[in-house]
Design a protein around this ligand. Structure first.
Ligand code: 13P
Length: 246
């Protein structure tokens, strides 16, 4: 099966012109190998125009979705973007529960569980992010497993309570917080062990994220437990992955 590369641009770039340039390079990368499937998640301001203009050339995802009330798809929620709006653009994936949103936007597990439910029920592939901080990491693998188990249980609570099938639509991204944007990824073997653990716990595809770049991705690719990668900073320079993906 093709490995999934999710390019999370976060709050970048500053202009639509730059966004088109990065997207163009991502499309070239996507076309260079059939071993990978790339989905690009630009900021929502760029997402709609890019997804209309480049439909069919590459897959798109949203960095977030509204999970509160009203759930009708429109209403009095300043600054939010609903699943219905995303349905009307050409978006296939939604990222939920990223640690930056948990930390800076005070997103709780309860909110994330709702967003996961909303995204899955609307027919999207939902990428649920989980991951431990440095303190938990320093307590060893069993502490990490127990932290992740707890996070998954809480974030999937709404899903466990409903009957629809999550298989193939839910994707879990294991992103240790201490590895995000630091240039220090988890060692590939430990990342693969955690991916295996998560896969057995929830039956979903598992991505690894945290300081993956063109130089180190090859060290992770050989582990079949890792179904793909959630990539932040390096996704803004897609050409750097060129030779590494064949
Ligand atoms: P970096 O690849 O910049 O470490 O970010 C990882 C991430 O948070 C992707 O969602």
């Amino acid at each position: 099966m093709a490995k999934l590369l999710i390019f999370n641009w976060k709050m970048n770039p500053g202009t639509f012109k730059e966004a088109e340039k990065i997207l163009g390079e991502s499309i070239i990368l996507e076309e260079s190998s059939d071993k990978y499937e790339i989905a690009v998640c630009p900021p929502s301001l760029w997402l709609f125009d890019l997804s209309q203009k480049y439909a069919g050339k590459i897959t798109f995802g949203s960095q977030d979705v509204f999970g509160g009330d009203p759930l009708s798809g429109k209403g009095a929620s300043t600054g939010e973007i609903s699943a219905e709006m995303l349905k009307n653009s050409k978006v296939e994936y939604i990222i939920v529960g990223h640690s930056e949103r948990r930390r800076y936007e005070n997103e709780t597990d309860e909110m994330i569980s709702k967003k996961t439910e909303v995204g899955l029920k609307a027919g999207f592939k939902v990428i649920l992010c989980v991951g431990e901080d440095l303190n938990t990491h320093s307590q060893g693998p069993e502490a990490v497993k127990s932290f992740i188990k707890d996070q998954l249980e809480k974030d999937l609570e709404n899903i466990h309570n409903s009957k629809f099938i999550i298989h193939n639509s839910l994707i879990v991204a294991y992103e240790p917080i201490w590895a995000i944007g630091t240039g220090i990824p988890e060692n590939p073997e430990s990342a693969a062990l955690m991916a295996k653990y998560i896969k057995e716990a929830v039956g979903a595809q598992v991505l690894y994220g945290g300081s993956v770049d063109g130089k180190n991705i090859g060290n992770f690719i050989k582990y079949e437990e890792i179904d793909g990668f959630l990539i932040g900073g390096a996704s803004l320079s897609p050409a750097q992955f060129g030779g590494q993906l064949n």
